[in-house]
Design a protein around this ligand. Structure first.
Ligand code: NAP
Ligand code: MG
Length: 477
């Protein structure tokens, strides 16, 4: 006998969404000229109107950041900067539920994840970097390493506030000031963060937020007053940025796409592995740069594991992202849904076998059922291209060497996972994988102390940990 879950919606009364937003420049909200709507992707309800920033808005923001850098922020001691970061971290914790509900409304991800993963990690990033602010002499970058000045930061829509925290916390801890552009579809939590900066009495101009589209991002990248660029997004845009700054003095970190291999050996603990595979690809609707989107499975256990995986996938609850029981929420935008549909159709056409559990998808909003493709070969598009959705491609192998070759056969190199009971086998495999982050017997675990970044087309540089600080500092003597 099975029992149905009763609806358990989180109340949205805690958030106060304005009908229109401006840019946050020099500590104040300035009205924008043109606007575009931001919607709830689960219902297509228009939530608010966001300003489309142009070159003059970027100019103002960079000027404010430069003034704040010269007059206040670079003059403060690390200990004083740290106090502001601690204050921001504590306010974020106090307002965690508000941020979680707002992120879920604007992004479509389940409240269970915003509440338990995104927002706690956001606060953790500010706490972690607050601790570094007065200890930079011990970061391994020589005595008194110096900030660059004004950092231009451009972030994607998949973890909106978390990507902001990954960028803003280390920049501020190291003494840089910031001009940040959130993604077009998910600006609301960045704008609420601007209110937190006011609440924390952060000096004006230290953090500036200009909303807009790709052209706004390009205006930040090309602005001569920007000294360092931190970008997270697609490999295509990352390449454009690399071209745009070639020959300039601008420093850059680029966190780009991925096609993570999750390798399962025949001695892996099977039930735990099934959980890890589900977490690897269905967490955040698969909108995860480091998702375990290629399952590389030892042939001798493939049938048993796929059967168990299908049973587990049948239990995934898809629906209202604000419902506390929901596992899989809405796809972030119509464009992203079309991209997922296009690649899944290519999987069918190229001869892979598609399977999804029976589930009812709402007619309103953007939805895609959790999906696996078996019989995938390395030549298939679904094995080579980033789908960025809840779609798993399953490949098999016979020898450990074959597993490594298949895993490394990708233009990307962001993440990988290894499942085995033998420590020696895990060490052997992880040493040969060309990926920036490798998990063993787990997947998608994040910590501010751990550096994150990729090989090859997954990007340049690292964010987080001691390595992440280096990107925001010039080496001291
Ligand atoms: P995207 O299209 O590259 O957009 C990322 C950001 O760049 C957005 O704010 C976007 O603005 C802006 N942008 C677009 N064109 C630009 C240009 N020419 N110059 C400067 N900025 C520009 O990526 P996305 O679709 O939002 O995000 C998904 C991608 O991000 C995936 O490939 C994923 O793997 C990657 N990602 C990587 C990491 C990592 O840490 N490695 C983490 C998360 C996501 P608009 O929003 O207005 O387009
Ligand atoms: Mg939105």
């Amino acid at each position: 006998m099975t029992f149905e879950y009763a609806p358990a919606p989180e109340s949205r009364a805690i958030v106060d969404i304005k009908s229109k937003y401006g840019h946050f420049i020099d500590g104040k909200f300035l009205p924008g000229k043109k606007h575009f709507p931001t919607i709830n992707p689960a219902t297509e309800e228009v939530l608010s109107q966001i300003s489309l920033g142009g070159a003059s808005d970027v100019d103002k923001a960079v000027a404010a950041a430069q003034k704040a850098y010269t007059k206040t922020w670079s003059k403060l001691s690390g200990k004083e900067r740290g106090k502001y970061l601690y204050r921001i971290a504590r306010i974020l914790q106090e307002r965690a539920r508000e941020f979680a509900v707002l992120e879920t409304l604007d992004n479509g991800k389940p409240i269970r994840e915003t509440r338990d993963i995104d927002i706690p990690l956001v606060a953790a990033h500010f706490f972690y970097h607050a601790g570094w602010a007065d200890k930079l002499d011990y970061a391994g970058l020589g005595k008194s390493p110096a900030p660059h000045g004004v950092a231009g930061q451009i972030i994607p829509w998949n973890f909106p506030l978390l990507m902001l925290a990954w960028k803003v916390a280390p920049a501020l801890a190291t003494g840089n000031t910031v001009v940040l552009k959130p993604a077009e579809t998910t600006s609301l939590t960045a704008l609420l963060f601007a209110e937190v900066c006011q609440q924390a009495e952060l000096p004006d101009g230290v953090v500036n937020i200009v909303t807009g589209d790709g052209s706004t991002g390009a205006a930040i990248v090309n602005h001569p007053g920007i000294h360092k660029i931190a970008f997270t997004g697609s490999t295509d845009v990352g390449k454009k940025i690399a071209r745009a700054i070639a020959g300039t003095n601008k420093k850059a970190t680029l966190e780009l796409g991925g096609k993570g291999a999750n390798i399962v050996f025949d001695d892996a603990p099977i039930d735990e592995t099934v959980e890890g595979i589900v977490n690897g690809i269905f967490f955040n609707q698969g909108h995860v740069c480091c998702a375990g989107s290629r399952l590389i499975l030892q042939e001798s256990i493939a049938d048993e594991l796929i059967e168990k995986l299908k049973i587990r996938m049948s239990k995934i609850r898809i629906g209202d992202p604000l419902d506390k029981n929901t596992d899989l929420g809405a796809i972030n935008s119509r464009e992203q849904l079309s991209k997922i549909q296009e690649l899944a159709t290519a999987g069918d056409a190229e001869g892979a076998e598609r399977w999804s559990p029976a589930c009812t998808l709402s007619a309103k909003g953007f939805w895609f059922a959790p999906t696996i493709f078996t019989g995938v070969t390395q030549a298939h598009r679904i094995a080579r291209e980033e789908i960025f959705g809840p779609v798993l491609s399953v490949l098999t192998f016979r020898t450990p060497q074959e597993a490594i070759e298949k895993a490394n056969n990708t233009p990307f190199g962001l993440s990988a996972g290894v499942w085995s009971e033998k420590g020696s086998r895990i060490l052997w495999a992880t040493q040969q994988l060309r990926a920036g982050v490798i998990w063993a017997n787990t997947f998608n675990k994040f910590d501010p102390a751990s550096p994150f970044g990729g090989y090859k087309e997954s990007g340049w540089g690292r964010e987080g940990g001691k390595h992440g600080l280096a990107a925001y500092l010039k080496e001291g003597k």
